[in-house]
Design a protein around this ligand. Structure first.
Ligand SMILES: [Zn+2]
Length: 214
């Protein structure tokens, strides 16, 4: 996922301005009243439905969800390795849950994903990978986008991956492509867990086959 966000191109509307943050779509099921009226088992089914929707695709798709109702605010089609958003879509992400898939991959969040998560103040970001569901959740004590040293972040992410890989596996290249991919994704998940502790957001992952809609 890529934002191509340039702060200078998008001056923010002051608080209370009628021009800011008004993007909604027609199929939103939103609001406290709707949330109160929707029983738990329905929202579970909706969450499972989004996971199904984002599984087995050959390109990226992103869905923005209202966390109170599990109702869809918008769905955006992307390409093989990215999905782009316009300004209104980015602003609408504030305090919402954004899901996207990583086709043919078990990698958790990319650097671009983390940047989007922090910059647009998501409540949660989910990645639907081939065999896993990954979740990042906003925590009160985590660093903000503007407090982050992004060069250091990229460096630390790479170092943690190397450390995780060499602590779990020996360095021999594996003869099996499948095993090689499995080793890499295992190390990536472990590295992202360490990274999450460093920066203060919550990170969870679950095997898709074990997912029950929570
Ligand atoms: Zn991504």
């Amino acid at each position: 996922m890529s934002g191509n966000w340039n702060e200078a191109d998008h001056p923010r509307e002051p608080k209370g301005s009628s021009k800011g943050g008004q993007f909604t779509d027609v199929d939103t099921i939103s609001g406290a009243a709707a949330a109160a009226a929707i029983p738990d088992y329905v929202t579970k089914e909706l969450r499972k439905e989004w996971v199904r929707r984002l599984s087995g695709l050959d390109h990226e798709v992103a869905i923005l969800i209202d966390p109170d109702t599990a109702g869809r605010i918008y769905e955006q089609e992307g390409q093989r390795g990215r999905v782009d958003f316009d300004v209104k879509q980015r602003r609408a992400a504030n305090n919402k849950v954004l899901l996207h898939n990583h086709p043919y991959s078990n990698s958790p969040f990319s650097v671009e994903d983390v940047k989007f998560f922090l910059r647009f103040n998501l409540k949660e970001m989910w990645v639907i990978a081939s065999d896993y569901i990954f979740k990042m959740k906003k925590m009160p004590e985590m660093m903000t986008y503007f407090e982050m040293d992004w060069n250091e972040f990229v460096f630390r992410k790479a170092i943690l991956y190397d450390d995780a890989f060499s602590s779990i596996f020996d360095r021999r290249a594996d003869s099996s492509y499948y095993l090689d991919q499995l080793k890499k994704s295992t190390a990536k998940i472990r590295a992202f867990k360490e990274l999450s502790k460093n920066y203060g957001w919550d990170f969870e992952w679950i095997k898709k086959e074990d997912y029950r809609g929570e």
